[in-house]
Design a protein around this ligand. Structure first.
Ligand code: JFZ
Length: 414
């Protein structure tokens, strides 16, 4: 079981992933050829030579990038942390790096330290800042790994010494408090090398969390695959990184957006099983966040903020006894929360043996009629009656205050 030891991470439940780099300028298309893969992989999938790809830096002038607006968007959405791609597989540093001129200050006309802008905005709005750093894949450095290609003859050690380790040191020294480092795709990284990276992180910032994908089992929390949700409540600290459409980096042709309602349901499902949801945006080449993403996040945010007590600092449901047809349950201490996504006249929770103190609509505090009883097999249940006008609501959340701590789904012993 993974344990970050960081209370903020256990309570955060919802964060913003930002995938942004030179690939945003291509937006999924290079010289008339479109990639049908995730857009930040375009260099790899379309075999764009390094000398060609690096020219993109000369065009990087993101006049629409507004770090404060993005941090505020996350804040208004109820998110508690941000993870930003400080360097993705393409190898381009989105901050001012002294160990590689291939960075957003030295290689672009804009000369803006994007990470610094984000750091200051996060400090202003009291938002945790985490950094994605592609430690093993670096398609710009001749000795960095490249998935799906021949990596023989590479001197990975030389790359680690000249780029990866010094860059990690810069990131953890020059940008204030870094809440976590989101390593990714370790590939051939040995246990000793993963250990070396983890040690460096902890030496520079002891509270900085090391993500699951550092490799070799050394991460402090578990990361699932894109949008993958464990079927049962899963112990320990974990996170689901997820896209709003089908790409992380910006792709102008991807309009396969999930609806706000789907996102809310996924968030609650992940929270009920004990995880955090790290939801992605991919700004375009000018730094603009796609309007669709903004609209979805605003709608999601309205639910999240109206129901904060039913989301933040909730605990993994002790068991998940059955699939609910109308929504999902979250819980903490003396509370059980029923997130209702279907039109139903009452909330019925079966096989539960708690006594109830009161039931209420979370967003307003309105008290609701409830009863507890026992089925003919002797199992307890809770019923909360819903006023008729709730049928008009798209979704809402019912709070149930319990006499004893945590929902008890164990069979009754009589
Ligand atoms: C990786 C990256 O390659 C990708 O570009 C993006 O940054 C994403 C968040 O992370 O892709 C992965 C890596 C591992 C899994 C899924 C996607 N996985 O273990 O299921």
């Amino acid at each position: 079981m993974k344990d970050t030891k960081q209370k903020w991470f256990k309570e955060a439940k919802f964060g913003l992933f930002i995938h942004w780099g030179l690939y945003a300028l291509l937006a999924g298309e290079y010289k008339g050829v479109k990639t049908n893969q995730i857009a930040e992989w375009i260099m790899n999938y379309l075999d764009i030579p390094v000398e060609e790809y690096e020219k993109l830096a000369g065009q990087f002038d993101p006049v629409n990038f507004d770090a404060e607006a993005i941090v505020k968007l996350a804040k208004d959405c109820g998110m508690r942390y941000i993870v930003f791609t400080s360097k993705h597989h393409e190898g381009f540093a989105m901050y001012h790096s002294a160990c590689s001129p291939y960075n957003v200050v030295d290689a672009t006309p804009c000369k803006r330290d994007i990470l610094k802008e984000l750091q200051l905005a996060c400090e202003k709005y009291d938002m945790k800042l985490g950094l994605y750093y592609s430690q093993a894949q670096d398609w710009h450095d001749p000795d960095g790994y490249m998935a799906k290609k021949d990596n023989s003859g590479k001197n990975y050690r030389a790359y680690l010494d000249r780029k990866c380790m010094p860059q990690l040191r810069e990131l953890l020294t020059n940008y204030g408090e870094i809440a976590l480092i989101w390593f990714d795709t370790p590939m051939g990284t040995t246990p000793e090398e993963s250990m070396e990276m983890a040690k460096l992180v902890k030496e520079l910032q002891p509270n900085c969390i090391v993500s699951g994908r550092i490799g070799n089992g050394l991460g402090e929390y578990m990361t699932t695959g894109d949008n993958f949700i464990p079927r049962l409540p899963f112990e320990g600290d974990w996170e689901v990184p997820a896209t709003l459409n089908d790409t992380w980096g910006f792709n102008k042709d991807d309009h396969n957006w999930k609806s706000a309602e789907e996102i809310i349901q996924l968030l609650v499902k992940i929270n009920s099983r004990g995880g955090n949801y790290l939801l992605n945006i991919g700004p375009d080449g000018t730094g603009n966040v796609p309007e669709e993403s903004v609209q979805i996040l605003k709608k999601v945010g309205a639910y999240v903020r109206a129901n904060e007590e039913a989301i933040f600092a909730t605990k993994r449901m002790p068991v998940y006894p059955y699939d609910l047809t109308w929504g999902d349950l979250t819980c903490k201490e003396h509370h059980l929360y029923a997130h209702v996504f279907r039109k139903i006249p009452r909330v019925e929770i079966l096989n539960i043996n708690n006594q109830v103190k009161r039931a209420y609509l979370v967003e307003t505090g309105e008290e609701l009629a409830w009863k507890v009883g026992k089925s003919c097999e002797g199992d307890g249940y809770i019923v909360v009656e819903l006023p008729k006008e709730y049928l008009k609501k798209e979704y809402f959340c019912i709070g149930i205050e319990l006499e004893e701590e945590m929902p008890n789904f164990e069979p009754i012993k009589e």
